[in-house]
Design a protein around this ligand. Structure first.
Ligand code: PEP
Length: 252
């Protein structure tokens, strides 16, 4: 089995101006240097994508958008399409983040269309899945995530499915300071891999990179990354300061 290259991703949400974005990326690259054994991905707001692309000059740094619309163009006021993100130099797009699902009403059906569109327009999709607290407490975590996964990958080819990056983000851990323990995260990551193996096959499942997200901090990063099925991290709050994100990128 090929080694899965780890991916440390920053989701800045609705934070940072163009100037702040450029200054962050320049400082991070200066302090971390080029990355060859891991990838670093930054998802600034749409308004800073162009500046971020220009500031990313070192190997191993990738640019992501936080969302997009599945259509190529049309009467969709306020939306941005895949070709527009490619035009800006984006490599990846985050899909189905819990804030998109819960605050903006994104459904599994919309996320499935976005996933298919990401492949159509040449963007690497980072598909977020995760359960809310009541679902975890009711013992429904794996069932909820299984359904989100099945609906999202409908219609994808085997090749495409092996390329998706999945981010397991328990909703109760996002921005709350409550992190899943490394053991809790590993259990779900393994179940995701097994689910993908059942939907496609083992080879596809072994290629799949599965990130953990939810209150990742410098002091829990090493234990999370030591788990065999955690291939990277999706980081919100702790990605906004260079000092903490740098420590996360430099996990041991
Ligand atoms: C996120 O929003 O993807 C996230 C994981 O946020 P935080 O790290 O702040 O919990």
């Amino acid at each position: 089995m090929d080694k899965r290259i780890s991916l440390i991703a920053a989701n800045w949400k609705m934070h940072k101006t163009i100037g702040e974005t450029v200054s962050f990326i320049e400082t991070l690259q200066k302090e971390v240097g080029p990355c060859t054994d891991r990838e670093v991905m930054i998802a600034p707001p749409y308004t800073a994508l162009d500046a971020a692309r220009k500031a990313m000059t070192m190997e191993g740094y990738k640019l992501a958008a936080q969302n997009f619309h599945w259509e190529e163009k049309g009467a969709y006021t306020g939306e941005i399409s895949g070709p527009m993100l490619k035009d800006l130099g984006c490599d990846c797009v985050i899909l189905g983040h819990s804030e998109r699902r819960h605050l903006f009403g994104e459904t599994d059906e919309m996320i499935q269309k976005k996933l298919a569109a990401a492949f159509k327009f040449g963007l690497l999709p980072i598909l977020c899945v995760g359960e809310v607290l009541e679902e975890r407490e009711a013992g429904r975590t794996l069932e909820v995530i299984g359904t989100q996964l099945e609906r999202a990958v409908q219609g994808l080819s085997r090749e495409e499915s092996g390329k998706i990056v999945i981010a397991y983000e328990p909703v109760w851990a996002i921005g709350t300071g409550k992190t899943a323990t490394p053991g809790q995260a590993q259990e779900v990551h393994l179940a995701i891999r097994q689910h993908i193996a059942a939907l496609f096959d083992k080879e596809v499942a072994n290629r799949l990179r599965i990130l953990y997200g939810g209150s990742v901090k410098p002091d829990n990063v090493d234990a999370l990354m030591a788990q065999p099925d955690i291939d990277g991290l999706l980081v919100g709050g702790a990605s906004l300061e260079v000092s903490s994100f740098k420590r996360i990128v430099q996990y041991q």
